[in-house]
Structures are given as C-alpha cells and as structure tokens.
Ligand binder design. Structure first.
Ligand SMILES: Cc1cc2nc3c(=O)[nH]c(=O)nc-3n(C[C@H](O)[C@H](O)[C@H](O)COP(=O)(O)O)c2cc1C
Length: 337
C-alpha cells in the first residue's frame, strides 16, 4: 500500500506534515542541513522582532542626525540590539544562504504587534527569498484602557499592512488568549491570511523572593501542552479554509497523528528537536508512516480532521460540558498527612 503523507502549509505543497517551527535552529547552516537530511519538509526562520527593528531604525536615525545628543536615548523598554542573535542584515543574509542550501520551502518570521515602519522587513524577507512569512502576534496587553476590540483592531492592522506589502503567503501565529478565538480567526481569514499557527507559547517570568528580581526561565514544552492545541484545532478546523499548524507539545509520532486528526495540516516541532537533535524529525516521520501502515490510512487528507468538532463521535468532549463532567468525575481524597 502506498502512503501519501503530502500536505500543504500556507499554500506551499509539503511532502509531509513535520518540520521545525521558528527557533534558533536556523542560526547555523550546518544544523539547517541536518534538519533537511533528517527529513524536515520546510524550515521556519526564527523571528525578527519589532523591538529589534525599531531599535535599529533609532540607531540609524541617530547616526544620520549627527550629534549624539540630537536624539534621545533609546527607550528603556527596548532590548539592546545585542540581545538578538541575528541582526536584521544578518537575518536576511541567513535566509538567502538557507534558500541556497536546502530544497524545501523557507518561511520567514516577523514578531510584533503594532503597525509601523518595522514592517518593511516583510518585503525584505520576501526579497531575500522566503517562500512565505509567519507573523507572530505575541501580545501582552497590560493597559486597562485598551479593550479586547482595540487590541484585535491593532493586530488586524498589522496583518493588513503586511498583506499589502508582499505577494508571498502570510501565516499568523496566535496566542490562545482571545475572548473569542473563532471570531478573531474568522477576521484573520477575511484579511486574506493563508494559515494560522496554534499557538505561541508565552514565556512567563518567575520571582526571586530573595533578590526581588524577575527570573527569566525558558522551559521547553512537554506533551501536556498538546491538548489545548488539539481542542482549538478541532473547533477551528471545520470553520476555516485556511491551513492550520499545530505548534506546542509535539514530542511523539502519536502527537502528530492527534494534531492531524484534530484538523492540523502540519505540525511544527521545536522543543523536541532542541532536546534530541535533528534526528528527532526522522523518528517522528518514521513513526507517522508506521501509524499510517498499521491503521491502513492512505493519505493525510483521509485522516485530517476526522476527530474535529464536526466529525468526532462525541463533540461535547471538546466543549464546556466536558469540563463540568471532568471535575465531577474526581472521586479521590487528598492524601492524609
Ligand atoms: C529557544 C526558543 C526560541 C524560539 N524562538 C521563536 C521565535 O523567534 N519566533 C517564534 O515565533 N517562536 C519562537 N519559539 C516558539 C516555537 O516556535 C514554538 O512555537 C514553541 O516552542 C512551541 O513548540 P514546541 O512545543 O515544539 O517547543 C521559540 C521557542 C524556543 C524554545
């Protein structure tokens, strides 16, 4: 039996649904080649960040405007340009080098939340040869005067500005935190976006109670994080014609199977590759192929979405009633001490 693992992401045909998501894995060309050798069906660039690009523009301004005091100090909220692994020029050059080195699509990534001059990098990423662009809307609103509608309005402006400036397909990477994710995803689709990545992982600060400082800790994901993605893939996949990517908690071939069944077109893997190396991708691809053989699935199309909200035998399992039943099902007692 021949098995067809091909799929599409942002309108790009891919030979199978497993590839690395945005991460530092792209910083080293040798690592990128190892990812391709391990079977990656696409390469996602790490992001260029709004803060980085704004800082760069400020620096250029200062240089052009002459005397050092002609321009105020860079705002304190801006990370210093040294905080970023690849400067904007090096980033564009890395896209060009990767495009020459590999035979799979290369997806650029921009990360920010406000419309503005920094978005000219969408065009530069396209010109550097990226086959598509992911726009990561990592937002953390903390201003009580800014309503949910204001936040969404601003994000849609960013999307439109990017859409208007380039011809390559655009994907949007979202956080799970919207008052109504389906309504926002529908607006994203109307803006002409080709696909949505579910989800960003928001990195949370910890408090050091002795030094009264914030600790930045970057924990890699584990498999528990997949379930939230499964739920939203299952809910959104019957509602949209955009392609969907699962990002977060994919560590095992069965995680890929579940994401596809919930409605994903592709899975993006980062933590598992950072932990285990590029060969993790070959393990996932081999495991996915084995699952298809053992369960006599012939194509991704046949399997995709067969457990989404419209098609699974118990759709309530994805909805609020499941939460009520789950809490009611707890019969254990706290351990006596
Ligand atoms: C070290 C590291 C760097 C990352 N950098 C980016 C980035 O630049 N842009 C982005 O959109 N996501 C970035 N991510 C998030 C990943 O693309 C991915 O969404 C997240 O890690 C969840 O997938 P996982 O469970 O497979 O790790 C990064 C993640 C890690 C661990």
């Amino acid at each position: 039996m021949s098995i067809d693992l091909s799929t599409t992401w942002l309108g790009l045909p891919l030979k199978h649904p497993i590839f690395p998501g945005a991460s530092p894995l792209v910083d080293d060309l040798d690592v990128v080649k190892r990812l391709e050798d391990a079977g990656a069906s696409a390469i996602t660039m790490r992001s260029l960040f709004e803060e980085q690009l704004v800082a760069d523009q400020l620096a250029a301004h200062r240089f052009l405007d002459g005397p050092a005091d002609a321009f105020a100090e860079a705002p304190s909220w801006l990370p210093s340009t040294g905080d970023f692994a690849l400067g904007p020029e090096a980033y564009l050059e890395q896209i060009r080098r990767i495009r020459q080195a590999v035979n799979v699509p290369v997806i650029g990534s921009l990360n920010g939340t406000t419309p503005g001059g920094w978005l000219k990098y969408a065009k530069l990423i396209e010109q550097a040869g990226a086959n598509a662009l992911e726009l990561n809307l990592y937002d953390l609103p903390s201003d009580p005067k800014l309503s949910a509608a204001d936040v969404e309005h601003q994000q849609l402006d960013v999307i439109r500005q990017v859409q208007e400036s380039i011809k390559i397909p655009v994907g949007v990477k979202l956080s799970p935190f919207y008052s109504s994710l389906p309504a926002f995803v529908s607006k994203v689709e109307h803006a002409g976006v080709a696909g949505v990545v579910l989800f960003n992982r928001l990195y949370q600060p910890d408090i050091d109670v002795e030094t009264l400082t914030l600790k930045r800790t970057l924990h890699l994901s584990d498999r528990h994080e997949l379930q939230m993605r499964l739920r939203w893939l299952a809910i959104l996949s019957p509602q949209t014609r955009m392609t969907l990517a699962c990002s977060g908690g994919v560590h095992d071939p069965l995680d890929v199977v579940k994401a596809l069944m919930a409605g994903a077109h592709v899975t993006q893997v980062v933590s598992a590759v950072l932990e285990n190396g590029p060969q993790m991708l070959s393990l996932l691809i081999a495991g996915l192929t084995r699952f298809f053989e053992e369960h006599e699935y012939q194509s991704v199309t046949q399997l995709r979405g067969n457990m989404n909200l419209a098609r699974c035998p118990d759709p309530s399992g994805y909805e609020r009633v499941n939460y009520v039943k789950l809490l009611a099902s707890w019969h254990g007692m706290p351990a006596s001490r």
